[in-house]
Design a protein. Structure first.
Length: 258
């Protein structure tokens, strides 16, 4: 892997949490015809420490993606507060410091390079800077440059996922939020992804990662901090520091909750 990653991190205050969620509640979407008095997220509070790799764990439907979308301002909340680097999540400038890797790839009928260019314009990147970063990221992930001219819906699921990873790192984010970032990646590309994360963290120790994952092997190996949610409620928040036997610990946690 090349070692010339540069200028991807804004200087931020290392004495605060990157993300703070306090008493967050989210109601069901109306078209689901559910009782709005019910909460799919119920008074959830947790921190995402700055400069750490935090993994967000929970069963399917626990509410992880809903919380992430709330942090990003794309899901309406019904209560509580969210701060990003000490500012309200409602502040557009605060959210501009986030690079987001969604769970599913994009299938718009546009060329991959056009999609990346649209993202770069949102962050007001210059043409030269954009070309250099795309070339650099494509080299890291062994993505054939000629395939950038293909439409997103013509790429394989793994190639599409690489594009979603690349777009998150186009700007110079202080926080990366990733929803199952290694899904649809082959074993070699998964290793490249984690090598890239390790390399980036080494160069930019203030960069924060908040990752949703069901892959407990990855959590054991790479994470510093875990946040666990079940059925829309907080269950656990603690330092992890790459401990082993997470499966056993998580199984024991669940046995106490059920």
């Amino acid at each position: 892997m090349k070692k010339n990653i540069k200028n991807w991190l804004n200087t931020i205050d290392v004495n605060t949490n990157a993300i703070e969620v306090r008493d967050l509640s989210v109601s069901p979407i109306n078209f689901l015809c559910l009782n709005q008095k019910d909460k799919i997220i119920d008074n959830v509070s947790f921190n995402v420490p700055k400069g750490k790799l935090t993994c967000f764990i929970g069963h399917n439907g626990a509410g992880k993606t809903t919380i992430v979308k709330s942090i990003l301002g794309i899901r309406k909340t019904s209560g509580g507060t969210i701060s990003i680097n000490g500012k309200s999540f409602k502040d557009v400038l605060a959210r501009e410091n986030i690079g987001y890797i969604p769970e599913k790839g994009n299938i718009e009928k546009i060329k991959a390079i056009t999609f990346l260019k649209n993202i770069s314009q949102f962050y007001k990147m210059g043409k030269v800077d954009f070309k250099e970063r795309v070339k650099h990221l494509a080299e890291i992930f062994n993505f054939p440059v000629k395939k950038l001219k293909l439409r997103l819906d013509k790429l394989s699921s793994g190639q599409n996922k690489i594009i979603t990873i690349m777009q998150a790192f186009l700007s110079n984010p202080s926080i990366i939020i990733a929803d199952e970032p290694t899904d649809n990646l082959d074993p070699e590309t998964r290793d490249i992804f984690w090598d890239f994360i390790y390399d980036t963290r080494t160069k930019h120790p203030d960069l924060t990662f908040f990752i949703i994952t069901h892959n407990l092997d990855e959590v054991e190996k790479y994470t510093d901090y875990i946040v666990v949610i079940q059925n829309g409620k907080m269950k656990c928040e603690q330092e992890w520091k790459r401990k082993a036997n997470l499966r056993e610990a998580y199984k024991e946690m669940r046995s106490k909750w059920n």
